[in-house]
Write a protein that binds this ligand. Structure first.
Ligand code: FAD
Length: 397
């Protein structure tokens, strides 16, 4: 296993669940603290997959997360949709849970330690080569490791993927997004609502999304295509627009700011010529975060890869072994293609680049009070189409 991000840790747990030994090779130090919240939204299907890998893990993540039960959509300052669900029960997996990615990683790391996963920290993989019998990994300090199989979960710049001649391919968004994490004021919190503002009048009719997660708020501002993102993502820039959309005290509670132009890219293949490496997570795909398909589909990649390797190790013929790995890789390319299509649909809706698309959104907002399903459409469309039925590996993302 290469990479101790959330996907690599999940893959390590999934390998241990098959009863096999696994070693994670990670460039960072064991005590590193990774910046920012990044993936804050885990869907129930993902909690379920994690629970199947290690019983109790999904519920433990949910206990550390926050379940907001109100969704609200506002168009140019006017409410067009609001729905409140009953609060989740503490003893069953909720529809979703929201927590910082660093907390998810800490819980997964603890689970790995208990499951007997071995770690090699501060070992940056600089090259990988595969042959008929396995894989060799070269480390920056000159060490080399060999393995029968490798799951490459070393993130979007994956050295393993690139060494094997596989590359990410896909477009970038034309406009930038500024993403801000803000610590909640526990003594005087805001209502727990996910709120999407279309064309917020206080910030030059830019879209703004508010998502609560454990102890925090995530606020996304969508820049116009001709904006200079630095004007909105610098310390002064954030302060300037934030106080127009939240109570002023939150400008002093910012914990992380990041500006993104999102890439919608998928690896040319999820396995190498010798079928000894499988890609998982951002090594295989990067998506814009609307719809939360990145980590959620990375967890699915991890489980499918671990199970495929377990099956391949039991195959009696080379032809069967190749087929098992090929099958898993093809299934995850298909899933990534579905996920990218869904997040591209979300982006098209958010950007509304043509006057026609803007007019459709505006008409839906005008009619929403009398045609409630148009309000519902405005509420869900920024996150892309709803889930497909599970594939034959039982994965929805
Ligand atoms: C702003 C933002 C919001 C997001 N929100 C969501 C969300 O709500 N839900 C969701 O599902 N997804 C979300 N995502 C996506 C999610 O953060 C990623 O999908 C997730 O981090 C991918 O995990 P990973 O383990 O594949 O990669 P990473 O988290 O990048 O981990 C890769 C690991 O590999 C290590 N590594 C890298 N190179 C090497 C090397 N050469 N040798 C050894 N180790 C190496 C790194 O140190 C790291 O530990 C969001 C992303 C962003 C940017």
């Amino acid at each position: 296993m290469v990479g101790a991000g959330p996907v690599g840790l999940t893959a390590a747990l999934a390998v241990r669940a098959t009863g096999r030994p696994v070693t994670v090779i990670e460039a960072g130090a064991a005590d590193r603290v990774r910046p920012g919240s990044r993936a804050i939204f885990l869907h129930r299907v993902t909690l379920n997959v994690l629970d199947r890998i290690r019983p109790g893990l999904g519920l433990e993540l949910a206990r550390h997360g926050l379940g907001w039960s109100t969704k609200r959509t506002v168009y140019r300052g006017r409410d067009v949709y609001r729905r409140t669900y009953p609060p989740p029960r503490a003893d069953v997996l909720p529809a979703a849970t929201s927590l910082p990615q660093v907390v998810t990683e800490r819980i997964l790391l603890d689970a790995c330690t208990h499951a007997g996963v071995d770690f090699i920290w501060e070992a940056e993989v600089t090259g990988a080569s595969s042959g008929a019998d396995g894989v060799r990994l070269d480390i920056a300090d000159g060490r080399q490791f060999t393995a029968s199989y490798v799951i490459a979960a070393d993130g979007s710049r994956s050295a393993v993927r690139e060494s094997l001649g596989l590359h990410l391919e896909g477009p970038r968004t034309s406009n930038a997004y500024v993403i801000v994490d803000i610590a909640e004021d526990a003594g005087d919190p805001l209502p727990l609502e996910r709120v999407f503002h279309y064309e917020h009048p206080a910030v030059g009719f830019r879209n703004v999304l508010f998502v609560p997660f454990a102890g925090h708020w995530r606020v996304d501002l969508q820049c116009h295509p001709d904006d200079n993102p630095d004007d909105f993502g610098s310390e002064a820039g954030v302060r300037d627009w934030l106080v127009k959309v939240m109570p002023a005290k939150y400008a002093d509670r910012v914990t992380w700011v990041s500006t993104y132009v999102f890439r919608q890219a998928i690896a040319t293949a999820f396995t190498d010529a010798n079928r000894r490496v499988l890609l998982a997570g951002e090594a295989g795909h990067v998506f814009a975060p609307f719809g939360a398909r990145g980590l959620n589909s990375g967890v699915a990649d991890a489980r499918v890869a671990a199970r495929a390797i377990n099956s391949a190790l039991r195959c009696e013929t080379e032809a069967k072994r190749l087929a098992v790995i090929d099958d898993a890789a093809a299934a995850r390319v298909a899933a990534a293609t579905r996920n990218r299509a869904a997040s591209s649909a979300a982006l098209r809706h958010l950007q509304a680049a043509s006057p026609g698309r803007k007019l459709i959104r505006r008409s839906a907002a005008v009619l929403a009070p009398v045609v409630p399903r148009l309000g519902k459409w405005l509420d869900t469309a920024p996150f892309g189409p709803t889930l497909d039925a599970p594939d034959r590996f039982g994965m929805q993302y």
